[in-house]
Design a binder for this molecule. Structure first.
Ligand SMILES: C=CC1=C(C)c2cc3[nH]c(cc4nc(cc5[nH]c(cc1n2)c(C)c5CCC(=O)O)C(CCC(=O)O)=C4C)c(C)c3C=C
Ligand code: FE2
Ligand code: FE2
Length: 335
């Protein structure tokens, strides 16, 4: 069940100008099957930006243990959240690109993935062949990390170096938008809206994708930017310090990752008698396996077993305010 590449704009004819915007997300399997998940994980986990262990150690572990054991398990998780149009990450990224196309009618807007399809390198080449001279790349990672944003930068740099006409191309990339006023307001408004429907007395937990602590120790600004984003959103909501906390989810492998983990934080909240928790994941631009399966299903079930009620606040996805915020962010780069 391949996801259809969304490299066509939502309107029937592509805007004629020479500027294009590429919104890039991580990538996701093409089907909720062990084979498709294995292909995806193999490409992803071969990226040295993601796993920097020496290859003679990592490749045997990856090929003989992680891929064969993890792929069927993760395929079942994808199957539990699969949508009509494909993986949620692909569907929502495509929808967001379309919303951005509507917000920026003078610019060609396309979506791309760092791993899998539509492959970023191919999308960039397609735009070059179309005659787009200025290409703005927007990685859908509000907080910068070498494991995500810099990896997108690697593809862009390789493309620029290999282009037959490099001087005819102007490539620009957004590094992060963790404190962008429009984005902070959009996240805060989505939380407010959710709480209006459900009552606003729950503890607010900001859950970000984790990262090996080693990355931060060698200079990755990710943790600092997550903390700044959470504080800015909490301030926009007028929350007291005691009304919110921050944690990290989706740990992978055995080394130490950023703490506290979302799982431990929920356990500690339950032990303190906090039974109503709203979880928001502002590190994820769109919903995906990590938010829908891990948080909204697994962690919510675990919290319910402790007598609590976890309400998951969806990512911004293709909300018009999200598209407007991102359009405002890239506006100055579009020329
Ligand atoms: C060493 C491994 C990993 C690092 C480092 C890492 C960083 C990182 N990832 C995201 C965003 C996403 N990750 C997603 C899935 C995912 N992540 C890892 C591993 C690392 N991530 C794996 C193995 C997987 C696949 C699922 C699994 O096997 O458990 C996703 C969702 C993809 C989807 O299809 O839905 C996103 C999004 C960030 C932001 C980040 C560093 C800050
Ligand atoms: Fe390998
Ligand atoms: Fe990840």
């Amino acid at each position: 069940m391949p996801t259809s590449p969304a490299t066509a704009p939502s309107s029937s004819a592509a805007p004629a100008g020479d500027t294009a915007l590429v919104v890039v997300n991580l990538g996701t399997p093409e089907a909720p099957t062990p084979a498709a998940v294995r292909r995806y994980l193999s490409e992803f986990l071969h990226d040295r930006r993601v796993v920097d262990l020496t290859r003679w150690l990592w490749c045997p572990l990856l090929h003989f243990a992680i891929l064969p054991l993890r792929s069927p398990v993760v395929a079942r998780k994808y199957a539990s959240i699969w949508m009509d149009g494909g993986s949620p990450l692909a569907v929502h990224t495509r929808d967001l690109a379309r919303a951005l196309q509507d917000a920026l009618p003078q610019v060609r807007v396309v979506d791309a993935m760092r791993y899998g399809q539509p492959a970023l390198a191919e999308v960039l080449d397609m735009l070059r062949r179309e005659g787009r001279r200025r290409i703005v790349v927007l990685p859908l990672y509000p907080q910068y990390s070498t494991s995500t944003t810099a990896s997108v930068g690697d593809v862009v740099a390789r493309f620029a170096a290999a282009a037959p006409d490099p001087h005819a191309l102007e490539l620009r990339m957004v590094e992060d938008y963790h404190l962008d006023a429009g984005w902070v307001a959009a996240v805060a408004d989505s939380i407010r809206e959710h709480r209006r429907g459900h009552g606003d007395d729950g503890h607010l937990l900001f859950s970000f994708h984790g990262l090996p602590r080693r990355f931060v120790e060698r200079g990755d600004p990710y943790q600092r930017q997550c903390e700044a984003s959470a504080a800015a959103i909490a301030a926009a909501l007028g929350l007291d310090d005691a009304a919110w906390s921050l944690s990290y989810q989706s740990r992978f492998g055995r080394e130490e990752w950023l703490s506290p983990s979302t799982e431990d934080t929920l356990a500690a909240l339950a032990a303190r008698g906090v039974h109503d928790v709203d979880v928001v994941a502002p590190g994820f631009a769109v919903d995906c396996i990590e938010t829908l399966e891990e948080v909204a299903m697994m962690l919510a079930e675990g919290f319910a077993e402790r007598g609590g009620r976890l309400r998951y606040i969806p990512c911004l996805n293709a909300r018009p305010q999200h598209a407007r915020a991102l359009a405002g962010l890239v506006g100055p780069l579009l020329g």
